[in-house]
Design a protein around this ligand. Structure first.
Ligand SMILES: O=C(O)C(=O)Cc1ccccc1
Length: 283
């Protein structure tokens, strides 16, 4: 049976995404994103699912940086799901938000609810956890006085009460999850494919006037549509960056070799992080 790892513990958004995309397989929870990626790399599991980007808070930097700097595993699919955040409390909660001194959640979940927290719990201390599920688990072990931000699954898994639903500041809150696997053959997602994408990692030659402009031109005149471009530090010194570029088409034998050759002629280094189908799902 195919083994699927995910950012856990129980009740995370990643678990919701995994349950929607895959059924029946053997599912294993990992407490941290790097652990899950390592397990795919070490072949303890066949597939790893980790959060990649949120519509409100942006890239999950831990995932991108680990994939770029530590473990190069291909992205073989992307799952996009809507995200609704709720305020979760212990069942004995007295209903007075001012008695909640601490709020726990994943940094992205907290960032998605800043307006709510500012308006209703301005004095609560905010604490980041490795996942929303972890935060719910911590609240379930407490005597009260603390709350978590998470989803409905977390509330039911940990016996918590949803004090307030939909506390995220912006509607249309979605997260992209990356499906990682060394062996693409093992990945089967029985849903309609929304679109195909290719993610590239590009490093620019240093001190080169107009380099980024020329990189973008190589895509532009080929009419290759980009859905994302983001720079991240190379970690080799201040001012050194790499770029993640998502192209809205799957890898082909004409345009991609052409654009890569042109970028390499400019002195860029290009790595394909994955060419993959994108699935939009309701959780
Ligand atoms: O912490 C979780 O539940 C995750 O799966 C990561 C995450 C956090 C916030 C929004 C979407 C995904």
């Amino acid at each position: 049976m195919v083994k699927i790892g995910y950012l856990g513990p129980r009740g995370t958004f990643t678990k919701l995404a995994v349950d929607t995309a895959f059924n029946g397989e053997n599912k294993q929870s990992f407490g941290a994103i790097p652990e899950c990626i390592d397990a795919v790399n070490d072949r303890q599991i066949d597939i790893g699912v980790v959060p990649l980007e949120n519509a409100i808070e942006g890239t999950v930097q831990l995932t991108v940086d680990y994939l770029v700097h530590q473990v190069r595993l291909p992205i073989v699919a992307e799952i996009v799901v809507p995200i609704e955040q709720h305020l979760l409390v212990t069942s004995g909660f007295n209903g007075d938000l001012s008695s909640v001194g601490h709020v726990y959640s994943h940094s992205h979940a907290i960032a998605q609810c800043h307006q709510f927290l500012h308006a209703h719990m301005p004095d609560a201390e905010l604490h980041f956890t490795s996942s929303t599920g972890k935060a719910a688990e911590m609240v379930s072990h407490s005597d009260g006085g603390i709350a978590a931000i998470g989803n409905k699954l977390a509330a039911s898994e940990y016996g918590l009460t949803i004090y307030q639903e939909n506390i995220h500041d912006y509607t249309n809150n979605h997260t992209r999850f990356a499906v990682l696997a060394s062996d693409q053959e093992k990945v089967f997602i029985d849903h309609e494919v929304q679109t195909e994408k290719t993610s590239l990692l590009i490093t620019l030659p240093s001190d080169y006037a107009g380099a980024l402009y020329q990189v973008l031109a190589a895509f532009a005149w080929r009419n290759m549509n980009l859905s994302k471009i983001e720079s991240r530090p190379m970690k080799t010194g201040l001012g050194n960056y790499f770029f993640i570029v998502d192209v809205n088409e799957s890898y082909d034998d004409v345009l991609f070799p052409g654009v890569i050759a042109e970028l390499e002629a400019l002195g860029c280094n290009v790595t394909i992080l994955g060419t993959y189908p994108v699935y939009h799902m309701d959780i």
